[in-house]
Design a protein around this ligand. Structure first.
Ligand code: B1M
Length: 224
């Protein structure tokens, strides 16, 4: 693989944002994703290759290592920051339609629930895998989810809940969405949620972690 792309992939994995960043300490003074993405474009590498061969592969490795408990929340946050720095350089190509997202996921924490750390992590890893993420935030009502689905035809929906008292609101949300858009796929997650619960409320998938959500999206959801 091209040397710049290899370094870029490594910088996402390690959370190296730019040359000034002291993190990670063993990469101090080295280029980060910011410089390398610019250099890759200047070297004539196609934006699509920068995204799919370096950034997405790097973030996928992050997702797998997080699942395997080899790295932890702060590492994922740094990887997402590094990914975002590179994406800044690719943004103009998304706008010009030269780069396409794989699809769109509307995501949020359900009604009554204010926990958003896990949902944000899931969003970052999904975004890093090439999907557009529409994050509705926390305490999201079934109506708000439905409105977002109306506005993003062909999207997938992701629901997060951290409380046993709010996970019941997932059922109302799934029903509300599916009553109008039966084909929309809904994936759910969060500490108290289980596969059995997902099946019971008519959700299409349960994932215990961000990587599982990415795998479901990439293998079971038709891009819009
Ligand atoms: Co709250 N809280 N909290 N809390 N809180 C828990 C969840 C709790 C387990 C603590 C405890 O009692 N041991 C408990 C829930 C008990 C239960 O219902 N079973 C609890 C409680 C009771 C409460 C309050 C009711 C406390 C009170 O006020 N009496 C209150 C509720 C507020 C509300 O939501 N209405 C409350 C408030 C808060 C804070 C605001 C203080 C804060 C949230 C800040 C924020 O998010 N911005 C908070 C926190 C931080 C926690 C703990 C300590 C940590 C949660 C967290 O961020 N984990 C938590 C105890 C604990 O877990 N140790 C606790 C890290 C995060 C990376 O993991 O969110 O599980 P997690 O996400 C994972 C997976 O679940 C999965 O991937 C993520 C990454 O691996 N995942 C998905 C999540 N969403 C997914 C979606 C997917 C796929 C995977 O697809 C769409």
């Amino acid at each position: 693989m091209n040397e710049i792309l290899e370094s870029l992939q490594r910088c996402v994995e390690r959370g190296k944002v730019n040359i000034k960043s002291p993190y990670p300490p063993d990469m101090k003074g080295q280029d980060g994703t910011d410089e390398l993405a610019r250099k890759a474009l200047e070297a004539g590498i196609a934006p699509q290759d920068i995204l799919s061969k370096a950034l997405i592969v790097g973030m996928q490795k992050v997702g797998v290592r997080f699942r395997n408990k080899e790295i932890f929340v702060p590492d994922v946050l740094m990887a997402a920051k590094a990914m975002a720095a590179a994406m800044e350089h690719l943004k103009p190509f998304f706008k010009s339609d030269e780069l396409k997202h794989k699809g769109t996921i509307v995501i949020g924490t359900v009604l009554g629930d204010l926990h958003d750390i896990g949902k944000k992590l899931v969003s970052m890893v999904i975004e890093g895998s090439g999907w557009e993420v529409v994050d509705l935030g926390t305490d999201v009502s079934p109506d708000k989810f439905l409105k977002a689905v109306d506005e993003h035809p062909g999207c997938v929906v992701g629901l997060s809940a951290l409380l046993t008292t709010t996970m019941v609101n997932m059922e109302a949300t799934v029903q509300h969405i599916k009553s109008k858009h039966p084909a929309v796929k809904v994936i759910i997650g969060g500490a108290p949620v289980t596969e059995e619960f997902a099946a019971k409320i008519g959700a299409d998938y349960y994932s215990p972690d961000p990587q599982g959500a990415v795998e479901f999206l990439n293998t079971r959801c038709t891009p819009n």
